[in-house]
Design a protein around this ligand. Structure first.
Ligand code: L34
Length: 293
């Protein structure tokens, strides 16, 4: 079998068009406001935050890019967050991760007003997700769920295997897909570096979600014939002759595409969906703030 490509750019664009219309519809009552806070100059973070800013402007948001030096103290960063917590024009606050080592990430995420936490990383929102009451789904997992739904794959009752247990992808996507809800209700297994026999698990997956943070972590021999494979990895594996970063996922695309029924490419798979889900959460936060539906 040669897999169908799941086009993340196309799905993301569709949802962005819908959001653009929604922003136009509500603009007399509220203009969605988003601040993206970037600390330092990590090239991947710069690229993602720039894309988030560009998209938010295209949709008609009020948006601020707040760049801070890598030397900012934790106290200063917390103060900055507090300023945006109090700013009525801002409905969503995003602090791009990772942060420099001298800043305690957990402390920073705790400081964001849960109502403005459009990343869904605040413990209140993490807890609400656990009990099936989420206001804001974290962006990458939300994007993954949308992509699976739009491929037409049946999630209800499916064997879903997640490779990776990070707080921003592995744990939340597992939680989302196991809820007794529409677009979920799967049997979910999470594999990680402590897993004894990875292939035993991955071979059983109807839907395989890979967020291992390692190129070629999954090869064709580890995948069931006909599986839907979602590759969340974005690894910078070198430079193109034009001097752009060359990207690869966590899945060995060439061997896995021969087994899977559908697969996301990197780039152009999950990445653009992450950005789009951030926009969706920000529109939602603005509407809640303005008391409109
Ligand atoms: N706070 N930190 C916070 N929220 C997030 O949701 C993120 N994440 C992850 C890293 N840190 C974060 C992102 O925004 C990963 N991530 C992200 C966002 C966008 C893309 C990839 C990861 C993306 O657009 N990827 C493109 C390629 C972009 C490129 O050329 O570099 C793609 O097509 O996959």
């Amino acid at each position: 079998m040669t897999a169908k490509l799941i086009n993340g750019n196309e799905v993301a664009q569709q949802i962005r068009e819908e959001l653009k219309q929604e922003v136009a519809r509500i603009k007399d009552k509220v203009i969605p406001g988003l601040v993206t806070i970037l600390v330092g100059e990590n090239p991947a973070s710069v690229s993602y935050v720039t894309a988030k800013q560009k998209t938010s402007k295209e949709l008609g948001f009020y948006s601020i890019q707040d760049n801070q030096l890598a030397t900012i103290t934790e106290e200063e960063l917390l103060k900055l967050i507090d300023k945006y917590n109090k700013d009525p024009k801002i409905h969503g606050i995003l602090v791009q991760l990772p942060l420099p080592k001298h800043i305690n990430e957990t402390k920073v995420l705790y400081a964001i007003d849960p109502k403005k936490d459009v990343d869904g990383f605040h413990p209140v929102n993490v807890g609400k997700l656990m009990i099936g009451e989420a206001d804001y789904l974290p962006c990458t997992p939300a994007g993954i769920q949308q992509l699976i739904i739009r491929t037409g794959a049946k999630i209800d009752g499916a064997e879903v295997v997640v490779v990776g247990r990070s707080n921003i992808v592995g744990k939340p996507i597992a939680n989302i897909l196991l809820q007794k809800q529409k677009g979920a209700n799967a049997t979910v297994t999470i594999c990680h570096t402590g897993t004894k026999d990875m292939t035993f698990h991955t071979k059983r997956a109807d839907i395989l979600i890979v967020a291992a943070g390692k190129p070629k972590a999954i090869t064709g021999d580890m995948v069931k014939e006909g599986a839907v494979v979602i590759d969340v990895g974005v690894n910078r594996i070198g430079m193109t002759p034009e001097g752009k970063a060359k990207l690869a996922g966590d899945v060995d695309f060439d061997s896995v595409k021969e087994k899977a029924s559908a697969i996301t490419p990197v780039p152009g798979g999950v990445g653009p969906m992450t950005i789009t889900m951030l926009m969706m959460n920000t529109v939602k936060a603005a509407k809640v703030h303005a008391g409109i539906s």
